[in-house]
Design a protein around this ligand. Structure first.
Ligand SMILES: C[S@@+](CC[C@H](N)C(=O)[O-])C[C@H]1O[C@@H](n2cnc3c(N)ncnc32)[C@H](O)[C@@H]1O
Length: 401
């Protein structure tokens, strides 16, 4: 690690008051504060030219030469994966950095666990399918272009990029296939920050004006604290599949209720759902999510139930728009009716998820159990006294979704 720190300092990185150590548990390294930082202060800065992005790689003489024999452009993820495949741990200019990277990963993909997609909760299905496709396509393409590469090496390099890359807006580069955008970079030192969506104190930003990349304290950081960032509002299934870890109390846990399930639940709760309701629901287009926060069902789910409770005359000639998009407080009776129906619907949903859990293979049962817990939290919220929530929360929730 000393060699890496010296290497960073030599390249103009600054991170006084921080040290990299191994936190308890199985999460590799993390960054700790050795003194306190006031909110708003930069805690890590580095020159922007040191961000490892597609342009940096393609402009290195070694890769320029390699790509000269290749008659196709590569996408940013492919370019960064190629970089981590070819860099030599001893000879590379990044050698001290490469030597501290994890040798293996705890993701199902790295451990060669192949989930049957039909056994996964909806919240992770699409991500799992996309991830499998991406790994197999990158592996195939890079081995076709560079037959000296092996699938194992590519799998490791892809994981380095996927678990460590950060969103940045890269400048266009003539030789990059940016049809899907070019918004990733791996940033040494910054990539030592672990994820905690509840505690995180660090926010990372590319200060184009000053030509540097900065991690700033978004609140006071106390001496001795581990500094975290937030990788996104991910549930544990997603954290495992994407990063190879889970959190014991994860507020990112969520349940996605597809439209057809929502309609079935509504009918079970005694709501007369007509074709007109279905058309309005489609036009409103709000997802029916449940989150693991104790604030009850999301505003969008409540709105969907509200739509299904509209009378025919309230929907005719687009009148529903005035009702649904109104900023006026919801009529108390309507609000109560939404609660009543939702409580029945969510209890029914919970029972369905419990039954499904029993039928699932053991290795994915915990994902379904997490979904049951999310239903429980939402159901318990009906038993709590109501606070004057909905209006203030409305925009906040809408933004998250
Ligand atoms: C960007 S890296 C962070 C630095 C990493 N710990 C290391 O030693 O290189 C992301 C990886 O760190 C680990 N990680 C991040 N946050 C974690 C957490 N809260 N609990 C356990 N592992 C975590 C996971 O292995 C993840 O793939």
């Amino acid at each position: 690690m000393d060699e890496f720190i010296k290497w960073c300092k030599g390249r103009g990185y600054s991170f006084d008051g921080l040290e990299i150590t191994c936190p308890p548990g199985n999460c590799g390294n993390g960054i700790y504060a050795t003194r306190s930082f006031r909110s708003g202060l930069p805690i890590i800065t580095l020159p922007e030219y040191d961000m490892i992005n597609s342009a940096l790689v393609l402009d290195l003489p070694f890769y320029r030469k390699k790509m000269a024999n290749v008659n196709e452009k590569l996408k940013p993820m492919e370019i960064l994966t190629m970089f981590f495949c070819f860099e030599d741990f001893e000879q590379s200019a990044w050698s001290p950095y490469l030597k501290i990277l994890p040798k293996e990963f705890d993701t199902p993909a790295f451990k060669r666990i192949d989930y049957d997609v039909n056994t996964l909760p909806l919240s992770i299905r699409k991500y799992w399918i996309d991830q499998k496709k991406e790994i197999s396509e990158i592996s195939e393409k890079l081995r076709r272009l560079f037959p000296e590469l092996t699938h194992d090496k590519i799998l490791w390099a892809w994981h380095v990029v996927n678990t460590r890359c950060i969103f940045v807006e890269n400048e266009e580069h003539d030789n990059v296939d940016n049809t899907d955008g070019d918004t990733i970079a791996v940033i040494p030192y910054v990539d030592m920050l672990n994820h905690d969506p509840e505690k995180y104190q660090g926010v990372a930003l590319h200060e184009k004006r000053n030509g540097r990349y900065v991690v700033q304290a978004r609140r006071q950081i106390l001496e001795g604290e581990q500094v975290f960032v937030c990788y996104g509002a991910h549930d544990n299934a997603r954290l495992l599949v994407e990063y190879g870890f889970t959190l014991p109390h994860n507020l990112g846990a969520k349940v996605l209720i597809p439209q057809e399930v929502l309609l079935t639940l509504a009918k079970i709760a005694g709501i007369q759902v007509t074709r007109e309701h279905e058309m309005v629901l489609e036009e409103v287009g709000l997802p029916s999510h449940l989150y693991a926060t104790d604030e009850g069902p999301s505003w969008s789910l409540r709105t969907n139930v509200r739509v299904m409770l509209l009378e025919h005359w309230q929907m005719a000639n687009g009148r529903w728009k005035k009702i649904i998009y109104s900023h006026d407080p919801i009529d108390e009776d309507v609000d109560q009716k939404i609660d009543e129906k939702l409580e029945i619907m969510l209890k029914e949903l919970r029972n369905g998820v419990v039954e499904k859990t029993k039928k699932m293979p053991q290795e994915v049962q915990w994902m379904w159990e997490e979904q049951v817990k999310v239903c429980d939290v939402a159901i318990e919220s009906f038993e709590k006294p109501k606070t004057p929530v909905q209006e203030g929360k409305k925009e906040e929730v809408a933004e998250l979704e």
